[in-house]
Design a binder for this molecule. Structure first.
Ligand code: MTE
Ligand code: MO
Length: 530
């Protein structure tokens, strides 16, 4: 007898199709098993999430910029879908390979388990080798399944009549495939229903959290800060509409009851380790601060304004003995680290120069949403988020810019990045078709911590005309503006530019977001009907 069973029958096209299906099914079962185990161990240890996180970390800056431009805030969903598609293609190919070499196909499946396991244990938030288990066990089950399935497909003896043999083989294959597919689906469903939903303790701790009253409340937003123009951005951005930019594929769910913040490093004379209660017992302030992302293109959506509740970071640092460089302190960089391994470096001088740099736990009257950094995040008026606004913060280290590059710096972004003055036309929208007559051109302008002194609007190549500004809330917030325009029929280009509180007007020349934020004027093109 021939020892190699796969030679018993020549694989037909149907066999090849079934082998592809077998590969896909094995991949599916492997992921389902991994999902059940990740639910028991740690949700982020699942292979798709772990590989996705690893891909995010290794993505070249240019590709990442392209992804943000093309997919916006759905970039994460697109990445996960991409990973699943690639896995599907590979699984299909392994199915075909197994038809020729059963063992090679199975080993291929194991190889993917190793990749997933490596990704899982090398994540910065992985603190246990157990994180390798979901990928490894899933892969072993997937590999065995593929081996068995292809075995069933080629089980018939060479002496049997070919037609009948093929039919018997397919029946055997389908029985095993259907049984394992159903079993894996059921196991995954039961695992999801029975397992702890991710972050149950964190959700309960957020619900139970009572925010303290501020010693220094933010003054009421002045009447007149919010202009009454349809289509303009709300002055205070509701939490659910606030942009989200971060590298987390699974939003960290931190339990406020066990959260601690450590403050340590150069020039710290008394290391601190605070829990949330101790942080909230300090002097609490409330401030309106506009946050902007360095990845925001001219006219883009990644900017928002909220009312934050927290403690002044400078008070905390002084309490730990820290002096800014201007007073002879040795550290010029404050590195914030998050529970998911993000590092964000901020100039110590900016944090301690009197501005309202905050460790915030409240946002627009509620505890920080998970998406925005629960339980505590940092905010520094006047700096882009990637150099100031660490979410899910767990430690603050005093060091120097020479000694340490935070996460984005080796990826091509500037180590220090004050926000650039920007203005945006919210209405009319690009390519709108307003009727002739009075059209309100309106939007927002921001130059946090310098303030907005003037906004001007231009129609086509006409003269710059000063827009009416909304009342200033604080120089750390954006400012609304409006300009009534007597619109004449035809196609027109509307352009805006702002001047900040130091008297500097936005330059016309457009620059890329990389390395330290986009510059240039925002324009929209509209066609006015008659
Ligand atoms: N832990 C962590 N904090 C982070 C980031 C991140 O990826 N991880 N992204 C930063 C960037 S680039 C910006 S612009 C702000 C965005 O804050 P938001 O998502 O609350 O709007 O968070 C900052 N803090
Ligand atoms: Mo950002």
């Amino acid at each position: 007898m021939n020892a190699t069973r796969s030679l018993h029958r020549r694989p037909t096209r149907t066999d090849r199709l079934l082998a592809v299906a077998g590969g896909l099914l094995s991949g599916y079962v492997a992921l389902a098993v991994a999902d059940v185990l990740a639910g028991l161990i740690r949700h982020e240890s699942g292979p798709v999430t772990a590989v996705g996180d690893a891909v995010v970390d290794r993505t070249p800056a240019a590709v990442e910029q392209w992804a943000i431009r093309t997919f916006g805030e759905s970039d994460k969903a697109v990445l996960l879908l991409g990973i699943v598609l690639v896995l599907g293609l590979i699984a299909a190919a392994l199915g075909l390979l197994a038809l020729r070499h059963r063992r090679a196909g199975a080993i291929g499946v194991l190889g993917f388990g190793v990749v997933g396991a490596l990704a899982a244990v090398t994540r910065p938030d992985s603190d246990s080798a157990l994180d390798a288990l979901p990928s490894l066990v899933g892969a072993v089950v997937g590999a065995v399944l593929l081996y068995v399935l292809i075995g069933r497909l080629l089980a018939s003896d060479a002496d049997a009549p070919p037609q009948e043999a093929a039919r018997a083989d397919r029946r055997r294959f389908l029985v095993v495939a259907a049984a394992t597919g159903l079993a894996a689906t059921a196991a995954a469903a039961i695992g999801r229903a029975a397992g702890t939903p991710s972050g149950e303790g964190a959700t309960a701790s957020r619900r139970a959290l009572r925010l303290p009253r501020p010693v220094s409340a933010a003054p009421a937003v002045p009447r007149g800060a919010q202009l009454d123009v349809p289509g303009i951005s709300r002055f205070l951005t509701p939490n659910k509409d606030f942009y989200r930019v971060d590298t987390a594929l699974v939003v960290p769910k931190v339990d406020a009851d066990t959260w601690r913040l450590r403050v340590h490093g150069m020039g710290v004379t008394g290391e601190l380790s605070l829990d949330l209660g101790e942080l909230m017992d300090r002097e609490v302030v409330e401030r309106d601060i506009t946050l902007a992302c360095v990845s925001n293109e001219v006219g883009g959506p990644y900017v928002g304004n909220a009312r934050w509740l927290g403690v002044r970071l400078a008070d905390l640092l002084r309490g730990a003995g820290v002096r800014p460089p201007s007073e002879g302190g040795p550290a010029d960089q404050l590195v914030a680290r998050s529970v998911d391994g993000m590092t964000i470096g901020t100039p110590v001088e900016a944090v301690m120069d009197g501005r309202d740099a905050l460790l915030a736990f409240g946002m627009n009257g509620e505890p920080l949403p998970f998406d925005h950094g629960f339980p505590v995040r940092m905010l520094v008026p006047g700096l882009y988020g990637y150099v100031s606004a660490c979410k899910w913060i767990e430690s603050l280290e005093l060091t120097t810019f020479d000694a340490y590059d935070a996460y984005w710096v080796p990826r091509g972004w500037a180590a220090q990045a004050p926000v650039k003055t920007q203005s945006r036309i919210d209405t009319p929208r690009d390519l709108a078709r307003p009727a002739a007559g009075t059209v309100m051109i309106a939007g927002v302008a921001w130059a946090q911590h310098r303030g907005i002194a003037r906004v001007e609007v231009r129609v086509d190549d006409g003269p710059w005309r000063e827009a009416r500004l909304g009342t200033e809330d604080s120089r750390d917030t954006w400012r609304q503006w409006v300009h009534p325009w007597q619109a004449e029929p035809g196609r027109h280009t509307l352009t805006v530019r702002a001047t900040d509180g130091t008297g500097v007007t936005q330059p016309e020349r457009r620059t890329d977001t990389m390395p330290d934020g986009a510059a240039g004027w925002h324009s929209v093109v509209v066609t006015v009907g008659s």
